[in-house]
Design a binder for this molecule. Structure first.
Ligand code: 13P
Length: 255
């Protein structure tokens, strides 16, 4: 019922030529019959990746291009920032919000994520909202409290109609770039809790249809098991999305 989505977050990696080559290889061979696929290159390469993909296949929801971040104001004196209108102008369909690296290094609070989510939901872009606990928080038994706070913070004041357009991503901070994947059971438990939170906050229809992606050291050889969990609806892939063959194998692992 929930269509899987496999997103590649390229983070701050690759050159323009490498981006073009990677986008070419994935656009040529990605099978979107069972899963949506989204590529999220650095902002400066969005247009290159979009044009490259468009020269090979239709770009839209099933094969989309996403930004890694956006600002919450429509325009104006905000040096270095990019607006939703600019992303729409290019033809970008998705945007990642509240990634733990932005929370950690750019000091994005739940309030900032909330402002950005409201702005994105007022546009045509589909947000991928990230939540996740640190190792310290998990070891202190605070996982649900932390992801719950991030979820409620991000969706504060967001109506059901708009929230139904959002995608969630559970990315335990301790599993990102560390090679330490959450076990399928650990990930499933948090995904299930997040879905329950969505049901409580909105209703069961929204909870049932909400796509929740897992992120954190997803690789070609662990993707199938993670994706087979009842509440895991896709993957947000970092390192393994930088090589076409591994990313294509992850796409192929989707149910
Ligand atoms: P890795 O797959 O490199 O652990 O990164 C996950 C991530 O942060 C995706 O947004």
């Amino acid at each position: 019922m929930r269509r899987p989505l496999i997103a590649g977050n390229w983070k701050m990696n690759l050159t323009r030529e490498q981006s073009r080559n990677l986008a070419t290889a994935i656009a040529m061979d990605a099978n979107t019959s069972r899963a949506d696929v989204v590529l999220c290159p650095p902002a400066i390469y969005l247009e290159t990746v979009l044009e490259t993909a468009r020269s090979i296949r239709t770009v839209g929801n099933e094969f989309g291009i996403g930004a890694q971040n956006v600002y919450d104001k429509p325009n104006g004196a905000f040096t270095g920032e990019i607006s939703t209108a600019m992303l729409e102008d290019l033809g970008i369909g998705y945007v990642i919000l509240g990634h733990s690296e932005r929370r950690q290094f750019m000091h994005e609070s739940d309030d900032v994520v909330n402002a950005k989510l409201n702005t994105v939901l007022a546009s045509s872009l589909t947000p991928i909202v990230c939540v996740g606990e640190t190792l310290e928080e998990r070891e202190a038994g605070r996982t649900l409290e932390v992801v719950g706070r991030q979820f409620e913070g991000a969706f504060a004041g967001v109506s059901e109609g708009l929230a139904s357009r959002a995608i969630l991503a559970y990315e335990p901070v301790w599993a990102i770039g560390t090679g330490k994947t959450a076990t399928p059971e650990q990930a499933q438990e948090v995904h299930h809790d997040l879905r329950k939170l969505a049901v409580l906050r909105y209703n069961s229809a929204l909870g049932d249809s909400l796509r929740i992606l897992y992120g954190g050291s997803v690789k070609a050889d662990n993707a199938a098991e993670l994706l087979s969990q009842a509440d895991i609806d896709g993957a947000l892939v970092g390192g393994a999305s930088l090589q076409a063959d591994t990313f294509l194998r992850i796409i192929a692992a989707a149910r």
